[in-house]
Design a protein around this ligand. Structure first.
Ligand code: TXA
Ligand code: MG
Length: 318
C-alpha cells in the first residue's frame, strides 16, 4: 500500500491512533521535526522502527508523553527534572532519567539501558495522537538513518517511499523548530547536554545551575552505543553457537535449533529479523541466570536489522 500524506482531521487522527494501537508506524509532526512513531510498549512495533530507519545499531529512542505526570510513571524525577519539566514542557527538551523498575516501555526502545529519554512535545497533532492513544510513543526523527531530519511531510515520504511498514503521515505542515530537541542527561550531577537543540544551555543553566562541560560539543561523543553502560548479561555470552552444552542456555534463531540445552528461547522460529530484534533484550534478560554456565547464541544473519542485533550481541559477549 502506498504511503498516504493526510491532514490531521478527526477521522485521520482516529485512523492514526488505530494504526498505532495495532502495532503500526505513523509519522507524526512535532514542534522540532517529524517523528516515526510507534507504541512504546510494543516490542514488535519498536523493532519495526529500527528496521524501517535502517539504524545500524539499536540507538535508543525518545519516549513521548502527553504530559509530565504520565512520564513520571516511567522515570524517576528529581528536583532538577521537575523544575525543567515545569519550565520547558510541553516543548523541545528531552530528559534522560532513571527508568522505574515497573515501566513497561519496550527494553528495545531504550536499548537495554537503565535510563529512559523522555519528552512532552508541544505540537497539537502530536498531543492529539498521544491523548487519543493514551499510551507513550517511541519516536525517532522520521528519516532513514544518516539522512536529513524531516521538517515537512514530503521529507518523510521521500525517506520511506516503497516501505510497507509506514502507511500514514499526518501532515502538520512545516515544523516550527526544524532541528531536534535538546537532550539533557540527568543521570549525572552536574547534568550534561548530550545533544544541543532548540533549548539552549543558558536557558537550562538559568533553571538548574551550571552544567557539566564534558559533552557540550555533540551527541556523537556520548552516543549511548559508545560510552554509556548498555545491558550486558552477567552470564557469559557465546556467539555463533552451532551446538549447545547441557549446562548452557540457548538463544536460538530459526526453525532448526541444536538440542540439549538447560533452557531454550527462540528469537524467531520463523527466522524473522524484526521479530528477533523485538525479543532480543527481553530474552537475554530472561536467560541471565546463575544456573547457566553461558548463554549460547545461534548465528544471526548480517542483513537488514540483523546488523543491529549482531552489534548488540557482540557488546553483550565482551
Ligand atoms: O526532537 C526530537 O527529539 C525528535 C522528535 C521526533 O521528538 N526525535 C529525535 O529522535 O530526534 P532521534 O531518535 O532521532 O534521536 C534520539 C537521540 C539519540 O541520539 C539517542 O542516542 C538519544 O536520543 N537517546 C535516547 N535515549 C537515550 C538514553 N536513555 N540515554 C542517552 N541518550 C539517549
Ligand atoms: Mg535522528
Amino acid at each position: 500500500m502506498p504511503i498516504k500524506i493526510v491532514p490531521p482531521s478527526p477521522s485521520n487522527l482516529h485512523a492514526a491512533v488505530e494504526a498505532l494501537r495495532a502495532g503500526g508506524l505513523v509519522a507524526v509532526p512535532t514542534e522540532t521535526v517529524y517523528g516515526l512513531a510507534a507504541d512504546a510498549a510494543n516490542d514488535r512495533a519498536v523493532a519495526q522502527i529500527f528496521a524501517s530507519k535502517q539504524r545500524p545499531a539499536f540507538n535508543p529512542l525518545i519516549i513521548h508523553f502527553a504530559d509530565a505526570a504520565l512520564a513520571e510513571g516511567h522515570v524517576i524525577f528529581d528536583g532538577r527534572a521537575r523544575k525543567l519539566a515545569k519550565a520547558f514542557w510541553p516543548g523541545p527538551l528531552t530528559l534522560v532519567l532513571p527508568r522505574t523498575p515497573g515501566s513497561r516501555i519496550s527494553l528495545l526502545a531504550s536499548a537495554g539501558l537503565d535510563s529512559l529519554a523522555v519528552r512532552v512535545p508541544c505540537h497539537p497533532v502530536a498531543l492529539d495522537v498521544l491523548k487519543g492513544l493514551n499510551r507513550p510513543l517511541a519516536a525517532p526523527s522520521a528519516n532513514v538513518s544518516g539522512g536529513i531530519s524531516p521538517s515537512c511531510a514530503e521529507h518523510v515520504l521521500e525517506s520511506f517511499r516503497g516501505q510497507d511498514a509506514l502507511q500514514l503521515i499526518l501532515d502538520g505542515g512545516a515544523c516550527e523548530g526544524g532541528i531536534e530537541s535538546t537532550i539533557l542527561n540527568l543521570m549525572i550531577e552536574p547534568a550534561a547536554i548530550l545533544r544541543p537543540g532548540l533549548i539552549s544551555r543558558e536557558q537550562i543553566e538559568a533553571m538548574i545551575g551550571p552544567l557539566s562541560e564534558v559533552s557540550k560539543d555533540n551527541e556523537q561523543i556520548i552516543s549511548p552505543g559508545q560510552m554509556m553502560r548498555h545491558y550486558a548479561p552477567k552470564t557469559k555470552v557465546r556467539l555463533k553457537a552451532e551446538t549447545v552444552k547441557s549446562c548452557e542456555a540457548l538463544l536460538a534463531f530459526g526453525p532448526h535449533t541444536p538440542q540439549g540445552s538447560l533452557k531454550t528461547l527462540n528469537l524467531s522460529v520463523e527466522g524473522n529479523l524484526v521479530e528477533a530484534a523485538a525479543n532480543l533484550f527481553a530474552m537475554l534478560h530472561a536467560l541471565d541466570r546463575p544456573q547457566f554456565s553461558a548463554i549460547a547464541v545461534m548465528d544471526i544473519p548480517m542483513t537488514g536489522i540483523g546488523v543491529a542485533i549482531n552489534d548488540r550481541l557482540r557488546r553483550a559477549a565482551t
